[in-house]
Ligand binder design. Sequence first.
Ligand code: ATP
Length: 384
Amino acid sequence: MSGKTTHEPHETTAARSRKAGTDAPGGAPDAADAVLELAGASKEYGTETAVSDLSLSVRDGELLTLLGPSGCGKTTTLRLIAGLETPGAGTITLDGERVADDTHSVDPENRDVGIVFQDFALFPHMTVAENIAFGLTDADASQKDERVAELLDLVGLESFGERTPDQLSGGQRQRVALARALAPEPDLLLLDEPFSNLDVRLRVRMREEVRRILDAAGVTAVSVTHDQEEALSISDRVAVLNDGRLEQVGRPEVVFEQPESRFVAEFLGRAGFLSGHVDETGVHTGIGSFETARMQGLTDDYAGTDIDVLVRPDDLRAKPVESEAGDGRVVHRQYTGSSFVYRVELDTGDVIHCEHNHTTDIHLDQRVAVAFVADHTLAWYPGE
Ligand code: ATP
């Protein structure tokens, strides 16, 4: 780490484009803007491929989250970026400098990267102020004091500098870990499952707080999580990994609303698929017909073929009907407190979910008509 001591929060490119709403669809960064670039990065452990041919750019000032199920390669990717692992193939470039390829790898301490570990990893025998000052190796005493005061102010812990980590709550420890990692003004901040050690309520509060701190610091960051809600709520872009490979990268609303694969559709929230037949008049499914124009990118070329249309619980409502009328029957009901989610098996064999207000009580086995109540376009996949 460089141990720089000046600190001028600035409005980043990503922050500017967020405000201006000028983000390109999918949020692909300009190459000139990239702080981090992975090109074809791969890592194998024996016969196990942890990361496979991963290409990804992270632009100045953005928070990109690596999202995927357990074992998909998120932590390995973070360790490759940090320099804790060496790629077997491919390259990693940080702020224009090639820091790793198959012939060399710059040591972690010589990369301008800050890391917030899952367990925060604070030094227990040091005060909060000493923890924060730890990476400021090139600064003199007064520069350190000034920078520590700035950081304490940034993370809202002005009066906690003399405490030790055991005198802090979980949320406060996380703030200190963040301040310590930000102190030397790294080119890139890595966050490893940053909220997994916090209880559920604190987690939601700290998401907002961490996002505020990252924006105020103007830092570029890569975070790792398997929690899709967390990824969607805090990130500028989300990269979905599956089995070591990148499935899709884009702005949260793009990966959620336009998932490019069934895997992404199913990993980001509850997905149902309506089998549909396409003809000149539209797409015909077990809950009715849709205009072709409602399907994302569906062309006349698909007339005569079968497709599967992605629907989510909030797109659909079930209405009880008499005897054998309707589209299917309720096979499961889940009460979540704020809502009821009904699983409906359609007469076509498709299984979908309908989300209702918690006061809408439909009993098991009830025949229902299912209505599509959304007005957005729909993702679809060629029939299997
Ligand atoms: P989790 O969410 O459970 O932490 P992850 O997405 O971070 O998972 P990784 O820890 O990157 O996944 O692991 C990716 C794959 O590489 C897994 O199959 C894992 O078993 C394997 N792996 C990771 N580290 C090693 C290692 N040091 N030696 C052997 N295999 C490893």
